[in-house]
Design a binder for this molecule. Sequence first.
Ligand code: ATR
Length: 280
Amino acid sequence: MVQIKIDGHSSKYGIIGNPVTHTLSPNMHTQAFQEIGINAVYLPFEITENQLPDLLNSFDLLGIKGFNVTVPYKTKILPFLDQLSAEAEILQSVNTVKKINDDWCGYSTDGSGLVRSLADMSIPIKDKRVLLLGAGGSAAAIAYALMNADVFCLQVYNRTQSKAKDLINKLQPHFPHRKFSIDPKQVNSKFDLLINATSVGLNEDISPVSTEIVSLCDMVVDIIYSPLQTKLMKIADSLSIQNCNGLGMLLYQGVEAFEIWTEKQAPVKKMKETLFKSFV
Ligand code: ATR
């Protein structure tokens, strides 16, 4: 690795959110810039909601070239952006922003990040049956990406069924030939893949679904990575079902953001190593 000196020519990137003290992205992206010899830094910016209207002008003044957006601003940032990718427009959610000429352009890489992490693990999803738990922002991004990746059918299962219905209504017009369902009675047949996109299991030892439902699935992905092994994953283990946590999604949403900003292939190995080291 060439050691790049941070100097007066350094490009500036960052992440906005509140809180951002826990974020692993500054280290991952700064190491990635270094790895492929890009003179750039990536910093956390903890902002309040009333600072949001002035943010992009401030970033213009400071010469910030791009940034990530995390909770609670993924939707709140939208009115201040000039352009949205097709995916961000449909999802009404942005986690990556890039300055292109005079425009601030918004993208959503969460769902495509998950799909890329599945490809990295050689888990096929084309023509597969997927059970998706949740209907919030993460679930919507994942549902969009799964449809884009040609899954055969998507069953959305959520505590509040009306939200699952809203999610399907939002996506179905964009994927008229795909099969969606929110009928809980249909959660009784085999699924190739179960994805937990609820917050159930985050820092608690609870599973979002019963052992019986888990046993219907050939593979389990939990997008939670704290704890690294969730209750859902433990259940999958006890049934000898292959499973993984959300570190892959976290990694690849960053990989995709890096590639949007730099238009270069991200140093995935280095980013993975940096991210995974944060957990040992
Ligand atoms: P995110 O942006 O991380 O997706 P979110 O939009 O707040 O967060 O969505 C949280 C998801 O977790 C929702 O699907 C939510 O279900 P509801 O729509 O019924 O609220 C789900 N969730 C959160 N707490 C839950 C709980 N205790 N039991 C079941 N589902 C829960």
